[in-house]
Design a protein around this ligand. Structure first.
Ligand code: FES
Ligand code: FES
Length: 161
């Protein structure tokens, strides 16, 4: 069984860890780092529940190995909320538009939308809605999630308030 020493920045803090070569990133984040907001659904890249941000990009953590984030900056949903408890704009939009019910899919959706809105500072409705097509929600019927994505786009697209 091969073990590897890795270093990463997780939610703003530097960490070192020893991981098995076969350990997935989602298992590492949940079991070793206590980030239980990383939800595991399908475990084969389809549902989007396990999405986290690695070096600015939204990734499916069930499809990555922990060793692959050596030297990377990783953000989970635990790292989005401000130290004062203030919700991230994506979280606020989902709350405002009733875009969640049981919440199982929610962290993954939040991370995908956060990665897109943080990447450019400008977001477009089409790109946000297209990104949402990669997330499965068994509860909401998607309309609240769709409204939240549109609210985010409306607040960041050029020439819009
Ligand atoms: S658990 Fe990773 S995409 Fe479903
Ligand atoms: S809110 Fe329950 S799966 Fe999306």
């Amino acid at each position: 069984m091969s073990e590897h020493r890795i270093e990463l920045t997780l939610n703003g803090d530097r960490h070192q860890a020893t991981v098995e070569g076969r350990k997935t990133l989602c298992d590492f984040l949940r079991a070793d780092m206590g980030c239980t907001g990383v939800h595991i659904g399908c475990e084969h890249g389809v549902c989007g529940a396990c999405t986290v941000i690695v070096d600015g990009l939204a990734v499916r953590s069930c499809l990555m190995l922990a060793v692959q984030v050596d030297g990377c900056e990783v953000t989970t949903v635990e790292g989005l909320t401000g130290s004062d408890g203030a919700l991230h704009p994506v979280q606020q939009a989902l709350r405002d538009e009733h875009g969640l019910q049981c919440g199982f899919c929610t962290p993954g959706i939040v991370m995908t939308l956060a990665a897109l809105t943080q990447a450019s500072g400008q977001t477009y409705a089409d790109s946000l809605l297209e990104a949402m097509s990669g997330h499965v929600c068994r509860c909401t019927g998607y309309q609240g999630i769709r409204r939240a994505a549109l609210e985010l786009a409306a607040s960041t697209e050029p020439n819009k308030a």
